[in-house]
Each structure stands twice: as structure tokens, then as C-alpha cells.
Design a protein around this ligand. Structure first.
Ligand SMILES: Nc1ncnc2c1ncn2[C@@H]1O[C@H](COP(=O)(O)OP(=O)(O)OP(=O)(O)O)[C@@H](O)[C@H]1O
Ligand SMILES: [Mg+2]
Length: 369
């Protein structure tokens, strides 16, 4: 199950439109999708359900136990929108959650815990976040291993992104939870030089951490949402349809690198030199000594920093994982009993935007395969 938060504390940059339409296109591709509405404005809920449907229970009940009532689990609030597409609805009540849970231990893990019970039910969970950084957004970030950050090419966009990256930073430092973050340029009107410049800036500053797809300004997107329909079912010949279809394709392409294999790791031999190790075989053996560890994992660019499938196999105190990697440069880290660490045998490191250092490995084009 891939878990993707759509997040930006800046309002009106296309989070909800992206959540709805990415979810709908993934569902069209036969992926089982759950959209979790974590915004008290409830726009994703309104954008998917027609006026006739009034959810009787919402995300609020998942967070706050009503005295005397039966415990509500996520499954109880989920509504089916259409084939392969479900929504966990929200409304204004959700805004009362931070106050209701003030001081409660573990209040930032509620969504994460709730999703754990649905691991086998969905291929994708998309979480639409509110335009603020608070308890609700933190819940979303802790529950997700990926984030899409919609950025509209406005004056404040880049400033905002810096702030948001700081949030991911704080999260990683405080909890060890890392998220693969990608920016998505939205509301793009290629007509103005300013929009072009901002989009270029984003690609430049976030190289490797943005989607190639750009979402153009398209009136039909707003129209479709106001009718409670994703663009995929509203209008097939408009920029909004083409762009969100392209975004879904890009997201699906990442499955190939995310599923199954774990990360990269150490060079093929014991390496302790100052240069980035160059591996001359596609088959990379990650190996780390950890005699008393109960669990060791390896994560990196190769598996999109995903914990799924990242476990290493122990043998005589050495933990190993063999990964087939196409030529390229990879960042990775080990997680020994929950603690992140760079590769002790690899001196090639670079600072991680989330704190600490990532190890670096290169699989050489010339020899690979
Ligand atoms: N590509 C687009 N073209 C035209 N209109 C768009 C596009 N994306 C979003 N909109 C419109 O812009 C407004 C804001 O979009 P959206 O609600 O998705 O932003 P948001 O980031 O979720 O906002 P908030 O921060 O309030 O939750 C909406 O009216 C929406 O219909
Ligand atoms: Mg929104």
C-alpha cells in the first residue's frame, strides 16, 4: 500500500483538486484507492460525493471517541464513491480535533494506526491535507511515506516550499520518519513569464524531487469538483483531464522502483575509501554488521525510501540484502532497530535534507549488467 499525503500549508494551490483527480485516475487503472479527507473544509468530500450523500460519520469520530459511543474505526466512516474509489469524509467538526486531543499522548499517530488496519484493502491511500501545519497535517505526514506538494507559480510559492521542507525536517528529526517529497507545479498558465520563471525555479531547486507533469490552469477542473465529479468522469478533452492522467501515469511508473526490492546499500566489496563507491555489477549487496539487532532495514532512492520490503536478512551478525539496480547514483541509509544510520563502511555521504547523512553509491553504466 502506497501512502501519499498531498500537502502544502499555502491555501488554494490545488491540494484538493490533485487529491481527487489523482485518486480517480489511479482507480481507473484498477488500483484500489482510499482518499482520506483531513481538511475540516471538507472540500475533497464535497468534490467526490454528490449533495444527496451526507456522511453520517466522519474522520472526526476516528480521532475523538464520543463518550458512551462504540469506538469508531476508519472502516466505519469509509464510503464507496465508485469502483475502486473510496473516501473517508470530513467536515467542519474535524477542526475541533486539536483541542479535543490536547495533551493526549500518541495523538499524532492516530491516522497512521487507523490505516494499519487497512493495509490489505487498498493499493493507494491519498491524504488531502488542510492549509496549515498542525496536528491534522502531522497525522497525515506520519501516516504517509510519500508526499506530493502542489505549488502554484505565485510570488509566495517558493518561500512556502522552504517552510514546508522545514516541517518535513522537524518530523524526521523528532520521529525518524522520512518521507519522499515531490513538488507538483499546479495552476500553471504558461502565458506569463513570471509563471514560467517560478516553474523553472522549482525544477532547478528541487531537481529530482518534482514531477515532470505540470498541471495547467483548466476551468473544467473547478467545474467538475463543484458537481462532485472527478475530471475523469466529467470532460475527457480538456487540459485538466490530460494533465491529471499524466500525473497518475507518473505515479504508477514509480511503482516499478518502489515495489518488491529494497534499497541500495553498500558497495559490492568492503569499501572504506573517501570516494563514492562505484559498483560494477547491477546486483548490489547491502551489508552491515549489527550483531545484537532484532531488525535491520535498508532504504534509499531505489525504493523511494519506503519501508515495505526493506528488511535485510541476518547471518552471523551480518545483515544482507541483494538488490538489482540499474546504473545510476543512489542515496541510502540503514535502519537498525528503528535507528537511522549511514553506512559505516562507506565514507561517501551527503547531508540529508531531513538531518543526518545519507550514504552514496554509484552503479556504473559501463559495467552494469
Ligand atoms: N489546475 C487548475 N485549474 C483551474 N482551477 C483550479 C486548478 N486547480 C485548482 N483549481 C481551483 O482553485 C481553487 C483551489 O484549489 P484547491 O481547492 O484544490 O486548492 P487547495 O490547496 O486544496 O485549497 P485549500 O488550501 O483551501 O485546501 C479551487 O476553486 C479549484 O477549483
Ligand atoms: Mg483543499
Amino acid at each position: 500500500m502506497r501512502t501519499i499525503a498531498v500537502v502544502n500549508q499555502k491555501g488554494g494551490c490545488g491540494k484538493t483538486i490533485t487529491s481527487i483527480n489523482l485518486s480517480a485516475f489511479l482507480a481507473r487503472e484498477q488500483r484500489r484507492v482510499l482518499l482520506v479527507d483531513m481538511d475540516p473544509q471538507g472540500h475533497a468530500t464535497l468534490g467526490l460525493l454528490t449533495d444527496a450523500v451526507h456522511p453520517s460519520r466522519t474522520m472526526y469520530e476516528v480521532f475523538v471517541e464520543e463518550p458512551g459511543a462504540r469506538l469508531t474505526v476508519l472502516r466505519d466512516v469509509i464510503l464507496t464513491v465508485r469502483e475502486n474509489l473510496d473516501v473517508a469524509p470530513a467536515d467542519i467538526l474535524l477542526s475541533g480535533v486539536p483541542e479535543a486531543l490536547a495533551g493526549q499522548i500518541g495523538r499524532e499517530d492516530i491516522l497512521s494506526d487507523a490505516l494499519a488496519g487497512l493495509r490489505d484493502d487498498y493499493d493507494y491511500v491519498i491524504v488531502d491535507c488542510p492549509p496549515s501545519v498542525g496536528l491534522l497535517t502531522f497525522n497525515a505526514l506520519k501516516a504517509c511515506s510519500e508526499a506530493i506538494v502542489p505549488v502554484d507559480p505565485s510570488f509566495f510559492a517558493l518561500h512556502g516550499i522552504g517552510k514546508l521542507l522545514e516541517t518535513f525536517d522537524v518530523l524526521a528529526k523528532e520521529t525518524g520518519h522520512q518521507i519522499a517529497v515531490r513538488a507538483l507545479v499546479t495552476l500553471y498558465s504558461g502565458r506569463t513569464a513570471f509563471a514560467k520563471a517560478v516553474a523553472d525555479d522549482i525544477r532547478h531547486h528541487l531537481s529530482g524531487r518534482h514531477f515532470d507533469t505540470v498541471i495547467r490552469y483548466s476551468v473544467k477542473l473547478g467545474e467538475a469538483a463543484s458537481h462532485g465529479i472527478p475530471i475523469a468522469h466529467y470532460c475527457q478533452r480538456c487540459a485538466g483531464f490530460e494533465d491529471y492522467e499524466a500525473l497518475a501515469t507518473e505515479v504508477l511508473q514509480q511503482e516499478a522502483t518502489i515495489e518488491g526490492h529494497a534499497v541500495l546499500g553498500i558497495a559490492d566489496d568492503h569499501y572504506a575509501g573517501p570516494l563514492t563507491p562505484v559498483v560494477t555489477s547491477k546486483e548490489v549487496v547491502f551489508a552491515i554488521e549489527a550483531r545484537h539487532a532484532a531488525q535491520v532495514q535498508v532504504m534509499g532512492d531505489f525504493n523511494d525510501w519506503n519501508l515495505d520490503g526493506s528488511e535485510m536478512e541476518p547471518g552471523d551478525g551480518i545483515w544482507k540484502k541483494v538488490v538489482n539496480l540499474p546504473p545510476g547514483r543512489y542515496r541510502y541509509r540503514y535502519i537498525v532497530d528503528g535507528r537511522w544510520q549511514s553506512d559505516p563502511l562507506n565514507a561517501a555521504v551527503e547531508p540529508s535534507p531531513y538531518g543526518g547523512h545519507n550514504s552514496i553509491l554509484v552503479v556504473d553504466q559501463q559495467f552494469a549488467g
